[in-house]
Ligand binder design. Structure first.
Ligand code: ADP
Ligand code: MN
Ligand code: MN
Ligand code: MN
Ligand code: MN
Length: 368
């Protein structure tokens, strides 16, 4: 274990863990970890069960139940909620036949719970499937200790001003690379389309990108990649903050977003730039509606982040531009040069629900 441990965790336990985790995989049995979004719309929960043989298709995984009164999703006197498997990934933590199973959540009448936005998103993606909507999401986050103190920050006062940390190399500017690299490998093992990773502007802040993913796959993959990130951090004794502007960073520090890149087959064709310009009209029309679902607190979280400073636009104003990072929507320079490609919606907060964000973009651009 590395220096990331703040308190010595399981001091003599590592050899024991290595022994048991290193035993050969069971020849047939499968541990399936069901993962779901809880009542906050932001935090993940998970529980594990054994199958005698690994199911072949996602449809073969049984619906399971859980105690919704302990996750902010039910009252105690009517607490059972259902987990419906929607996507399966190889489990990078326990290997073998084991899997991570992304689930959506249903109430006692088998209707989506309040924070289950997947079902609506899937229906919207189905409507526009012939236009092949592609997404890529840039997940920014801050590594913190259990007291929410950012990694690499002095216990009193502040680190040297930002400037040297973005894509930085060296022990005085890159804090927590172990977490980043472990997460990257774990995502590859899980079959996730991880596009890349980089150190970000604020010390202890990092980014990875998932994509491109088509349709509903974007939400499923980003949520599982977040689960993997929280689990990796847990192993190092640190935590992941997806707060777009943690209190300690309220001064002159960049916040965290989840830029969402989007294209249709039309936009990717020669002269697709015309369709990209066209998309701005729809995106402008839904600006206020979008801002309400681009963070899990009705737009309140993003008010702290989208101030018009620190490479952001203003929350109450829609704007777009080529290569402009102070806009709601940016058209990357290369896309403008090639006259085809994709657009970048810079408004979603780091703690956004990708099902809500991708559905809102499709609604704005294609169903308006
Ligand atoms: P930035 O320059 O904004 O930091 P990144 O390199 O971090 O961009 O991320 C680029 C993202 O764009 C990736 O997630 C990638 O999957 C996505 N992307 C690339 N091409 C397309 C496309 N045609 N449609 C949608 N997303 C795309
Ligand atoms: Mn029990
Ligand atoms: Mn990026
Ligand atoms: Mn970034
Ligand atoms: Mn970006």
């Amino acid at each position: 274990m590395s220096h990331l441990n703040y308190e010595t965790r399981l001091p003599l336990g590592q050899a024991t863990i290595d022994h048991f985790m290193g035993l050969p995989a069971h020849p047939s049995k499968c541990q399936a970890t069901y993962v779901w979004i809880d009542g906050t719309g932001e935090q993940l929960r998970a529980k594990t069960r054994t199958f005698d043989v690994k199911p072949k298709y996602v449809s073969e995984y049984p619906v399971w139940n859980y105690d919704g009164s302990s996750t902010g999703q039910a009252e105690g006197d009517n607490s059972d909620r259902y987990l419906r498997p929607v996507a399966v990934f190889p489990d990078p933590f326990s290997g073998g036949h084991n899997v991570l199973v992304m689930c959506d959540t249903l109430d006692n009448e088998m209707k989506p719970t309040v924070t289950n936005h997947r079902q609506v998103c899937a229906a919207i993606m189905k409507q526009v499937a012939d236009q092949h909507p592609w997404f890529g999401m840039e997940q920014e986050y801050l590594i913190v200790d259990r007291d929410e103190h950012p990694l690499g920050w002095p216990k009193h006062g502040y680190p040297a001003p930002q400037g040297k940390y973005y894509c930085g190399v060296g022990a005085d500017r890159a804090f927590g690379r172990e977490v980043v690299e472990t997460h990257y490998r774990a995502c590859l093992h899980a079959g996730i389309n991880i596009f890349g990773a980089n150190a970000e502007v604020t010390p202890g802040q990092w980014e990875y990108q998932i994509g491109t993913c088509e349709g509903i796959d974007m939400g499923d993959q980003l949520w599982i990649s977040r689960y993997i990130l929280h689990r990796v951090a847990e192993m190092f004794g640190v935590c992941i903050s997806l707060d777009p502007k943690p209190k300690v960073t309220m001064g002159d520090w960049n916040g965290a977003g989840c830029h969402t890149n989007f294209s249709t087959s039309e936009m990717r064709k020669p002269n697709g730039l015309t369709a990209i310009f066209e998309a701005m009209k729809g995106l402008e029309k839904t600006h206020l509606e979008a801002m309400k679902v681009y963070d899990p607190n009705g737009g309140q979280d993003n008010l702290r982040r989208l101030t018009g400073r620190h490479e952001t636009s203003q929350a109450d104003k829609f704007s777009w531009g080529v290569a402009n990072r102070a806009c709601s929507i940016r058209i990357p320079r290369q896309v403008a040069d090639e006259a085809k490609g994709y657009l970048e919606d810079r408004r979603p907060s780091s703690n956004c629900d990708p099902y809500l964000v991708t559905a809102m973009i499709v609604k704005s651009v294609l169903l308006n």
